[in-house]
Design a protein around this ligand. Sequence first.
Ligand code: NAD
Length: 363
Amino acid sequence: MTPLRIAVVGVGHLGQHHARILSTLPDVELVGVVDSNYEQACTVAERLGTKPFADIEPLFGRIDAATVVTPTLYHHPVASAFLKEGIPVLVEKPICRTLAEADDLIRLAADAGVPLQVGHIERFNPAFEDLARRPIRPKFVEAERHGPFTGRSVDIGAVLDLMIHDLDLLLALVRSPVKTVEAVGASVFGGHEDMVNARLVFESGCVAHVTASRITQRPKRRLRIWAPEGYAGIDFVTRKLVLVQQSQEVRQYGLRADKMDAAARAKLKDDVFGRHLQVKYSDGDRKADPLTAELRHFIDCVRTGRTPRVTGEDGRDALELAERILVSLRSHSWEGHADGPVGPNRMPRPAGWLFDVPRAEAA
Ligand SMILES: NC(=O)c1ccc[n+]([C@@H]2O[C@H](COP(=O)([O-])OP(=O)(O)OC[C@H]3O[C@@H](n4cnc5c(N)ncnc54)[C@H](O)[C@@H]3O)[C@@H](O)[C@H]2O)c1
């Protein structure tokens, strides 16, 4: 098979992993890595045995596809330049900064007739892939995505940086428009919101509570779903899926604890999980690396013309929902009236210190 010629643009924290993985795939030729920080491009290129570039123009006519892993601010200018040349693009999440930019990428990809994929990587998490194959109609969902502050992606806040992963997963699972959005968010370091909670009500009747924080000490990425079919819990970090369903008897008749004799009732606590509620731990292929799967899928779509699992439209829909959440949290009034502090950057004045006064302040 002729190797697919590909380049990675933006080889910082994540982009160097795109480049590393692509350099190991047998049916791919990593033609080069581009970074506006040319030293960074040289370092990564040398490590992977490829060529460094400071900008993308020299690659036109020399590559069959590109992945765009720059800060969000540059997704549109870089991806649109490739699409105008008829070059398929995998652009990292969030697709762009604005809906107008996202629509433009979608139109350019359609005009060129080439795939545009968005890097919502959790869709390739084996636990989510496993769940997505099952018949489940979520009715109540809790999504939590917490991590420590990294100092990266500070051009956006926690909604576009983290929560957007869960918004995409919710839209893919619930498959219903979102009717109402209510959100609250706070900026701890200044600038954008560092933590957010949103309550989403879908037209299908599903309700989702979604929380994201980029200032939590221990990482946590979980999705918990209640549905008529049962319960599903995903831990995206360990890539584990837990499924619980009613036994046939319980589904048909319910659990009549009041009709049980004393001995059966005494055993009930031990019998609930296993007998009345059946539990399945689905480990999937936990060695499967989601980023490798995502890149392989993109390559397959470029070769075959197949529609990517996460399209430009999917990226746009997640961004649109994210924008609704941002509008809601920016208008949240912390003291119940619009004259008081409103939104993530205007918090109420602290009433005091929770514990010892910090030394610099005490001096
Ligand atoms: N899918 C995920 O789970 C996930 C995880 C992390 C980051 N991301 C996304 O990946 C992107 C990059 O994030 P990161 O953490 O790697 O950031 P980063 O700051 O570590 O790296 C970005 C790199 O892009 C380079 N760059 C900036 N502007 C450029 C331009 N115009 N042309 C070429 N290079 C340019 C920078 O010099 C830097 O080396 C962001 O969009 C982020 O949201 C996605």
